[in-house]
Design a binder for this molecule. Structure first.
Ligand SMILES: *Cc1c(COP(=O)(O)O)cnc(C)c1O
Length: 316
């Protein structure tokens, strides 16, 4: 928790707090006071930038000069590239073959070098590790998407902001891919809002983190969800360890996520990507249980792919 407080000081000069408030029609539809925490308005379009900035801010100048190398297909890559540009650190992102061209363009536009290597994120990670190991002490810093404590601490600042503004929350719903966000929510809630239940949400079409949490054994699962922020096929040890503190973990269907994405757009004036709408889908699935409660849903990101945008717009 002290790490999260330090992270809050590190990122304060670079990122203003994001808004969190409710929308009357959304509240009426859900039957609960529904606070939307708007990470979709971050400069990279997702909450992960908090972790990237905290990590780069904490590196000594000589380590920054040696650069960072990471691997990812999505929002993590943009977060590290954004933070590296902010701190003048060279940045290489390794992406697996056949990457989404829009995401390659976004990372390149932030000044990072993109290398396409490996058939999976895991293989891209092995190549990134080779790049980092290549040098001696001057070699670039390898940044794991989920196993770096600085990333989890940085992401935790979102929950400091949320509980400072809304200390009386009954529950917070957090979407899970690797689990850094849900782990951070557990740490901060336990320290400052112990009465608030932390409920993690994953897609039933990519349930590896959920099955791992439920069984206590590392479980791999196929990834068939269209929600790319939730598309993780294998668990990450550090966030899983901290997620033992979750009050609950649940699965939602992609159709439910799509309906929640529409609801956020129509009644919350908010463009969420699918992962960012999963918490609202989870609340909608449990609306009887939470009738009259005060609940937060973390809209983790707004980087909807072109196909998602096209699907959201037509009226049926
Ligand atoms: C990465 C991501 C998630 C999942 O977060 P983890 O910390 O990996 O569990 C959820 N939503 C969005 C928009 C993301 O980019």
């Amino acid at each position: 928790m002290t790490d999260v407080l330090r992270a809050a000081r590190q990122i304060a000069p670079h990122l203003p707090p994001t808004p969190s408030w409710s929308y009357p029609v959304l509240d009426a539809r859900l039957g609960a006071e529904t606070i939307v925490k708007h990470e979709n308005v971050q400069p990279t379009g997702a909450f992960k930038v908090r972790g990237g900035i905290n990590l780069l801010a904490g590196l000594p100048a000589d380590r920054r000069a040696a650069g960072v190398v990471t691997y990812s297909t999505g929002n993590h890559a943009q977060s590290i590239a954004y933070a590296a540009r902010m701190f003048g650190a060279p940045c290489t992102v390794v992406m697996p073959e056949n990457p989404n061209p829009a995401k390659v363009a976004a990372v390149r536009a932030l000044g990072a070098t993109v290398e396409i290597k490996g058939g999976t994120v895991g293989e891209a990670g092995e190549y990134a590790a080779q790049l980092a190991a290549h040098g001696d002490e001057e070699g670039p810093r390898l940044v794991s998407p989920a196993e770096d404590p600085e990333i989890i601490a940085g992401v935790g600042t979102l929950y400091l902001e949320l509980f400072a503004r809304h200390p009386e929350l009954d529950a917070v719903f957090v979407p899970v891919g690797s689990g850094t966000g849900a782990a951070a929510a557990c740490l901060v809630a336990a320290a400052v809002a112990p009465r608030c239940r932390v409920i993690a949400v994953q897609s039933e079409l990519a349930p590896a983190a959920y099955e791992t949490w439920r069984t206590g054994e590392p479980v791999r699962r196929p990834v068939r969800t269209a929600a790319d922020g939730l598309a993780t096929g294998a668990p990450f040890a550090l966030p899983q360890r901290i997620m033992r503190g979750l009050h609950d973990f649940m699965l939602v269907g992609d159709d439910d996520i799509y309906r929640a994405q529409r609801l956020l757009l129509a009644e919350g004036h908010t463009l969420a990507e699918m992962a960012g709408a999963a918490p609202l889908a989870a609340l909608a699935a449990r609306r009887e249980e939470f009738a009259g409660a005060r609940v937060a849903v973390i809209c983790t990101g707004g980087n909807a792919a072109p196909a998602e945008l096209a699907r959201l717009l037509p009226e049926d």
